[in-house]
Design a protein around this ligand. Structure first.
Ligand code: ACO
Length: 363
């Protein structure tokens, strides 16, 4: 048995390839470093969804269709009950998503792409006692998310940074949430069901729940001088350093550098706290050195979540919302994988080895 299904190949996919030895990510034939500097969220969504529905997908039409879908799903926010406001943001988003109709068609996919982009800013505003802001269908998905969050049009650097984030995390092989999506899709349950399963897998701290704790760590470390001691003590307590390590990457996660680069225009234009970035870089260096010394047999490097935390903080998202923003970006990958599985795969049904007691022989 392979514990955690490590190295088990469970699907053939044309969507993305994660090369853990070379530190390289390919999304539908395009390397991440090219995609992140040349493509918007809408470009990437069209790339990933192409061929999985009964119509061709053009980027310009997708932008219009997504804007329309955001306006449509906003009705769910207006019908939202007060109980949901008390839930953590990602749980409230999941509950709202569960109210969307299920199906395998393109309209269902559009609603699922629009839903987290609308639900997260609305939930965050309601938690602060503010009124949700209706979407503006003429904006791009990234610009509208920030406008709905902050109640003002974002700067072009902020839109570009959020776009870079959403593109960077759009798809990533057979990670836990994508696998969950494919398992559900293999039963032909529908895209809404697949996305709900995926978001439930994503929220765990070993998967998409790490960036909030990354900021908690930076706050706790406090200053560059304290980094080494703090990290050593955390490892002595048997804790894991959030934002480091990966099941597949044995070198630096290429998404970390894509996001570090995406932060640069915000730094250059004074839209992010430079001291925060300096502290993060010092903690990163100290963590890499400490992990190398303490875990010499296991190459542990920075993963996507470390710079996700800094980028989303710079864009004004509170840390309890980070997993929800991840869900906004990854939904397109979940949908593409669900369609690929439903169209080309078989029911996923592995076996287990029974290690429990055997029935007593009759006396
Ligand atoms: N800090 C300290 N030690 C670590 C870390 C870490 N971040 N990650 C792994 N290790 C150690 C483990 O303690 C273990 O050591 P041991 O063999 O001496 O017991 C060894 O490395 C192997 O650990 P596994 O749990 O087998 O590795 P796995 O591939 O299952 O874990 C994971 C990958 C879950 C990402 C892990 O590295 C981790 O917990 N990281 C911190 C949380 C995090 O950043 N999650 C986001 C991942 S990116 C994403 O999902 C989008």
């Amino acid at each position: 048995m392979n514990n955690g299904l490590e190295d088990v190949i469970a699907a053939e996919t044309r969507l993305s390839d994660v090369d853990g030895e070379a530190g390289r990510l390919i999304i539908r034939g395009v390397s991440l470093d090219h995609l992140v500097t040349h493509a918007t969220y809408e470009d990437t969504a069209a790339l990933l969804l192409d061929g999985f529905f009964d119509r061709p997908i053009s980027v310009s039409e997708l932008k219009v269709q997504l804007g329309r879908a955001r306006a449509e799903v906003f009705a769910n926010v207006q019908a939202m009950d007060a109980m949901l406001e008390k839930l953590p943001p990602v749980d409230a988003m999941r509950a709202l998503t569960a109210r969307l109709a299920d199906g395998e068609d393109f309209e269902t996919a559009l609603r699922l792409l629009a839903a987290p982009a609308v639900f997260l800013p609305a939930v965050l505003r309601l938690r602060k006692g503010e009124t949700p802001i209706a979407p503006n269908p003429s904006l791009s998905q990234s610009a509208d998310i920030l406008a709905m969050l902050n109640g003002a049009l974002p700067s072009k650097e902020q839109v570009a940074a959020l776009d870079a984030y959403l593109v960077t995390i759009s798809d990533h092989g057979l990670n836990a949430s994508t696998f969950a999506s494919r398992v559900i899709a293999s039963t032909k349950a529908g895209l809404t069901s697949s996305v709900l399963a995926a978001v439930s897998a994503l929220k765990g701290p070993l998967h998409g729940g790490a960036p909030g704790p990354v900021l908690d760590m930076l706050d706790d470390v406090g200053s560059e001088a304290h980094a080494e001691t703090w990290l050593g003590e955390a490892l002595d307590r048997g804790e894991r350093l959030m934002g480091f390590g990966h099941r597949i990457y044995r070198v630096r996660d290429p998404r970390a550098d894509a996001l570090k680069d995406a932060l640069k225009p915000l730094v250059a234009t004074g839209q992010v706290d430079r001291d925060r970035i300096r502290l993060a870089e010092a903690v990163e260096q100290a963590a890499l050195a400490t992990l190398k010394e303490r875990k010499p047999d296991r190459p542990l490097d920075v993963n996507v979540e470390f710079y996700t935390a800094l980028l989303l903080e710079a864009l004004g998202f509170p840390r309890e919302a980070f997993t929800g923003v991840f869900a906004i970006g990854r939904t397109v990958g979940w949908i593409a994988h669900a369609r690929e599985q439903a169209l080309e795969g078989r029911l996923i049904r592995p076996r287990s080895v029974y290690v429990g007691p055997l029935p007593q022989a009759a006396a």
